[in-house]
Design a protein around this ligand. Structure first.
Ligand code: FAD
Length: 340
């Protein structure tokens, strides 16, 4: 049986660990953060992540914790909007995680990765593995240590996101600005959130006009967000980001493989990053289970299954399109921060 070390106990690492355990494996999960730590954020899980949850018997529970977005005639929604802590808690149940442990190096033998060096409260210790799985997020230290190069492209715009305690009357709404920039609104049983593309001016300048001006401008451009944005009373509820997209030409080398945000990161319009990460975990768990003691065979099968799924999303990312087409000037009422 393949000894798997999973670096990162976020959404994708926990999903992989849970799926491997369901297949009789006992992976080691190493996570640098303490238990229960996560970034609160607006969050929708796309349908691409549903099969992994179904495999784990969690889809009904996750749907019940959130609100459906656009259910089709078969009753299946295109996405679920929920407080992300519910999803992480559900995925993490029964999964042993070594918290407070940071992977600082890869062990190698004859050109193959054979484990990691993990630094925790008791110092540094080697953890041997047949396969190291990088589930360590978009900045992925393991990806860099493995020498698997990633192309990172900055987007033309920044985004300004708000989080609100107000419960609203819908799970989702979206509008486009005149230049192709985007505004979105998400609602779930405990709150709501929204975001919009703005000029890349830096955090200080983006927040300088203050929350009252932000509320007024957002609600004018997106009237259905008025109730949600009315709950924004402090700049602490606003998040300024300068997103980038990431594409890795290769996802694996002997003894190490990248999945989730470590392997691909999309523009904010897509809303599929987490769902595709869960799909990665599903495919890799199946590949590991069906290639006992053959991690390279598992990685090759994984790549063959996932490339036709992931590469088209990378090619069709609207953020890339917006990078290719120069910005037209936004009309003054759509500018943030406001002109003058
Ligand atoms: C504001 C915001 C809104 C988002 N909204 C959506 C959305 O609506 N829909 C969607 O699909 N996606 C969304 N995303 C993206 C989504 O959150 C990610 O795609 C998803 O969390 C990826 O999971 P992951 O496990 O690959 O990475 P992460 O969640 O980043 O987890 C990586 C983990 O690895 C750990 N780690 C890192 N380095 C080490 C190390 N050296 N040793 C040990 N542990 C390490 C980290 O502590 C972390 O816990 C959003 C992201 C943000 C920031």
């Amino acid at each position: 049986m393949t000894r798997t070390v999973i670096v990162g106990g976020g959404m994708v690492g926990l999903t992989l660990a849970r799926l491997l355990r369901a297949r009789g494996h006992d992976p080691v999960v190493l996570e640098r953060m303490p238990p229960g730590a996560y970034q609160r954020r607006p969050f929708m899980l796309g349908f691409q992540g549903f099969p992994a949850l179904e495999d784990l018997g969690l889809l009904g529970r996750v749907r019940a914790a959130g609100w459906d977005i656009a259910p089709g005639p078969d009753g299946v929604p295109v996405a679920i909007c929920l407080e992300v802590g519910h999803l992480l808690a559900a995925l993490g149940e029964g999964v042993p995680v070594r918290h407070g442990v940071t992977v600082t190096a890869l062990a190698r033998e004859g050109g193959r990765v054979t484990g990691v060096v993990a630094e925790g409260p008791d110092g540094a210790a080697p953890v041997p593995a047949d396969l190291v799985v990088a589930c360590d997020g978009v900045r992925s230290p393991v990806r860099a240590m493995a020498g698997l190069e990633a192309e990172v492209s900055s987007l033309a715009d920044a985004t300004l996101t708000f989080m609100s305690p107000r419960v609203i009357d819908r799970s989702f709404s979206m509008r486009y600005l005149s230049d192709g920039g985007q505004m979105g609104l998400l609602g779930w049983p405990e709150g709501s959130a929204g975001w919009r593309t703005i000029d890349r001016v830096g955090r200080e300048a983006a927040l300088a006009p203050g929350v009252a001006a932000f509320r007024e401008s957002f609600a004018r451009l997106m009237p259905e967000a008025a109730e949600a944005v009315a709950g924004v009373t402090s700049v602490d509820q606003l998040l300024y980001q300068e997103p980038a997209v990431l594409r890795a030409a290769r996802w694996w080398a002997p003894g190490v493989v990248l999945i989730g945000d470590a392997a691909h990161f999309f523009g904010p319009e897509t809303g599929v990053g987490a769902a595709l990460g869960l799909g990665d975990a599903h495919a890799l768990a199946e590949a590991i289970a069906s290639h006992p003691g053959d991690p390279d065979g598992a990685c090759a099968a994984y790549e063959a299954w996932r490339a036709p799924v992931i590469r088209p999303y990378e090619a069709a990312d609207p953020a890339a399109g917006r990078m290719a087409v120069p910005n037209v000037e936004r009309p003054p009422e759509e500018r943030w921060p406001p002109a003058g």
